[in-house]
Design a protein around this ligand. Structure first.
Ligand SMILES: [Zn+2]
Length: 121
């Protein structure tokens, strides 16, 4: 019996998305979490403004519209939409329609937050 395996987070057993791909070093602006990030997670945090949006959504329990995000991150709306699409492509963010608006919420159960422990608050 190899006791080390019990309860140890072994990076080699972690390719939750199937592929054994290269990893990326966690950027400086992400204060905790795994040191080595999978490509999906790097998509989420690799761009500082994108990660900034993740943190804003993490605090906004009811979610935010593109308009609200645009106002707060001080980026052009197409840029915000682009970041949101990237985040949705890895399931970090989900969107719902509320009335005539589309509201974006952080998907707290996503791989990035559950497995790679990227902080979002
Ligand atoms: Zn990951």
């Amino acid at each position: 019996m190899d006791k080390k395996k019990l309860g140890t987070r072994d990076a080699k057993t972690k390719p939750a998305h199937g592929k054994e791909e290269k990893t990326y070093k966690r950027p400086l602006w992400v204060k905790s979490g795994e040191e080595e990030l999978c490509p999906d997670c790097f998509k989420v945090v690799g761009d500082k403004s994108r990660y900034n949006m993740v943190c804003m959504l993490g605090k906004a329990k009811e979610g935010m519209t593109v308009g609200e995000l645009t106002e707060q991150v001080k980026l052009a709306q197409p840029t915000v939409t682009h970041h949101l699409n990237m985040l949705r492509s890895v399931d970090a963010v989900e969107s719902k329609t509320r009335g005539r608006e589309r509201v974006y919420k952080l998907n707290r159960d996503a791989h990035c937050f559950e497995e790679c422990r990227i902080p979002f608050e």
